[in-house]
Design a binder for this molecule. Structure first.
Ligand SMILES: [Zn+2]
Length: 446
C-alpha cells in the first residue's frame, strides 16, 4: 500500500470511529436530557384528553385519572400502603352531567348558539334551568338605594316580561367592586342572574346549589336579546373519590419519610360538550410526581419516599384535608413535604410557598440551583392556604409548595390545555427536586 493510501485509510477509520463516538454520545445525551420532558409531556397529554373528562365529576373523570395514576405507580414498582393504592373518601359536589346549551334569539329572528366556556359560563353553584331568559340590566345606581335585595330585584324586573336580572360591573371602580362582591349570589336567592363581563372566564367547583342560576355572559353577546337555555345540573350529595398513594421504602429500614404531593383532580365537564382539561393545573404536577416516583424507585434513598396524588383539591383542598385527618403513616415521621401544583412552564422560574418560613431548606434549594445553573429565578413566599401543603403546614409538617411561573395565563378555563403548555423547564425542575432530596440530610430536622 502506498503511503498516501495508508494515511487515507487511517483517516477514514478515525473518521468512522469518531463519528460513531459522536453519534453514541449524541444519542446518550439526547435520551438522557430529553427523557423526562418526553415522558412528562406524554402523561400530561393523556391526563388532559377528552376521555379523562377534565378529571372531575361527570362521566367518572376523577376515577379514570385515579386508575391511570395507580397503574403508573404499579408499573414503576411503588408499594401500596395498605390493601390498595386508593384512600377513599366522599363529599357533596354540584355537577353538570348532560345538557348545557345557550341560544340567543335575536330581534331579526336569527339565532346564535353561544360557546360554553368562551361566550357564556355557568356559575359552579347553579341549579338546572330550562327556559328562555329575558333579562333586565340593573342600573348600578339602583344597587345603592336603601332597599332590600328582594326589593331591588322586584323593581328591576317590574312591568315587562323580565324573568331575570343582569348586572354589568365593567368599568366599576375597585372600591365599589369590593362593596358589591357577592351581590350576584344575593340576587340569585330571588331570580336568575346574568353577570356581564369581558375577558377570560374563571370556573370553579362547588359543593352546593343556589336557588337560581348565575350566568356569566361576554359583553359582546349581551345585547339584551333573550337566551334560550337548556342546563342540567345535579347536586351529588355523596360523591365518592380517592387519593392515590404509593410508597418507596428506604435502602435501610427507617421511619423518616420524604413526601411528594400533587392534586390530580380538576373541574371536570360543564355539560357533555365542554370540559376543562387542567393542563397546568394540575396534570403538569401529577406527571412530575410520577416522573419523580420513577426516579426514586430506581434510586432508593436513606429515607422512604411517599407519593400522594390528591383528589378534591379544587373544591377546597378536601383530599389533603382528609389525608391529614386520616394519615396512612404518622405525620411526625415526614422529614419534608413538597407539593407540586401548576408545573407546566418555568420560563420565569418558580415560586416556593413557605420558602420564607423554612429558610435553610430554601437556601439549600437556591444553592443547588446556582451550582447547577438550572432555573432563572427562585422566589420565596410566606405562608399561604392556596394548595394541598396547607393542612400539613397546619399540623407542623415542614413543607414547600412549588409552582412554576411563565407567560401561560390560562387558569381554570377551557384554554388550560396540553397544547398551551411550554414544558420549558421540566428537565431542570426534575434535576432540582431530586438533587434537593439527595442533599436534604445535610440539614438538621426541625
Ligand atoms: Zn391546582
Amino acid at each position: 500500500m502506498k503511503l498516501w493510501q495508508s494515511l487515507f485509510k487511517n483517516y477514514v477509520a478515525d473518521l468512522i470511529k469518531n463519528k460513531y463516538i459522536v453519534v453514541i454520545v449524541a444519542l446518550f445525551c439526547t435520551s438522557f436530557s430529553f427523557s423526562q420532558v418526553d415522558e412528562v409531556k406524554k402523561m400530561v397529554q393523556q391526563l388532559c384528553s377528552p376521555s379523562f373528562h377534565g378529571r372531575g365529576y361527570v362521566n367518572g373523570g376523577d376515577s379514570i385519572a385515579a386508575a391511570f395514576i395507580a397503574n403508573a405507580f404499579q408499573t414503576k414498582g411503588l408499594q401500596k400502603v395498605g390493601a390498595s393504592y386508593y384512600q377513599r373518601f366522599s363529599f357533596p359536589v354540584n355537577t353538570f352531567p348532560d345538557k348545557a346549551s345557550f341560544v340567543v334569539k335575536k330581534t331579526d329572528n336569527s339565532e346564535e348558539a353561544l360557546i360554553v366556556g368562551r361566550d357564556v359560563l355557568v356559575k359552579e353553584n347553579s341549579p338546572s334551568y330550562h327556559g328562555t331568559l329575558i333579562y333586565r340590566i340593573v342600573p348600578t345606581k339602583l344597587l345603592f338605594v336603601e332597599d332590600s335585595i328582594q326589593q331591588i330585584v322586584r323593581k328591576a324586573m317590574e312591568g315587562n316580561s323580565y324573568n331575570s336580572i343582569a348586572i354589568d360591573l365593567r368599568g366599576v371602580g375597585s372600591d365599589t367592586l369590593k362593596i358589591l362582591k357577592g351581590v350576584e349570589k344575593q340576587f340569585a336567592q330571588f331570580a336568575p342572574v346574568v353577570v356581564i363581563t369581558e375577558g377570560k372566564f374563571t370556573w370553579s367547583v362547588a359543593g352546593e346549589q343556589l336557588n337560581n342560576p348565575i350566568f356569566e355572559l361576554q359583553a359582546n353577546k349581551a345585547d339584551g336579546s333573550p337566551i334560550k337555555i337548556q342546563l342540567d345540573a345535579k347536586l351529588q350529595p355523596n360523591h365518592s373519590t380517592q387519593n392515590v398513594v404509593g410508597f418507596i421504602p428506604a435502602k435501610k429500614k427507617t421511619k423518616s419519610t420524604i413526601v411528594f404531593t400533587a392534586h390530580y383532580d380538576h373541574l371536570g365537564r360543564l355539560g357533555q360538550e365542554t370540559y376543562f382539561p387542567g393542563g397546568n393545573d394540575n396534570a403538569s404536577g401529577t406527571a412530575m410526581l410520577i416522573a419523580l416516583a420513577d426516579y426514586f424507585s430506581k434510586n432508593p434513598m436513606n429515607y422512604n419516599v411517599l407519593f400522594i396524588a390528591f383528589a378534591g383539591e379544587e373544591i377546597g383542598l378536601l383530599g389533603s384535608k382528609y389525608y391529614t385527618e386520616n394519615p396512612l403513616m404518622p405525620l411526625k415521621d415526614i422529614r419534608f413535604l413538597i407539593n407540586l401544583d401548576i408545573f407546566g412552564s418555568g420560563e420565569d422560574g418558580i415560586t416556593v410557598v413557605n420558602g420564607a418560613i423554612f429558610q435553610d431548606y430554601f437556601d439549600l434549594l437556591t444553592a443547588i440551583n446556582d451550582e447547577k445553573q438550572l432555573l432563572t429565578q427562585i422566589k420565596a413566599r410566606g405562608y399561604a392556604a392556596n394548595s394541598d401543603h396547607y393542612w400539613f403546614t397546619e399540623k407542623g409538617v415542614p413543607s414547600f409548595f412549588i409552582y412554576t411561573m411563565g407567560p401561560n395565563r390560562n387558569y381554570h378555563d377551557i384554554d388550560d390545555t396540553y397544547e398551551n403548555l411550554s414544558f420549558a423547564e421540566v428537565n431542570d425542575l426534575h434535576t432540582l427536586l431530586l438533587s434537593f432530596i439527595e442533599k436534604i440530610d445535610t440539614l438538621k430536622k426541625k
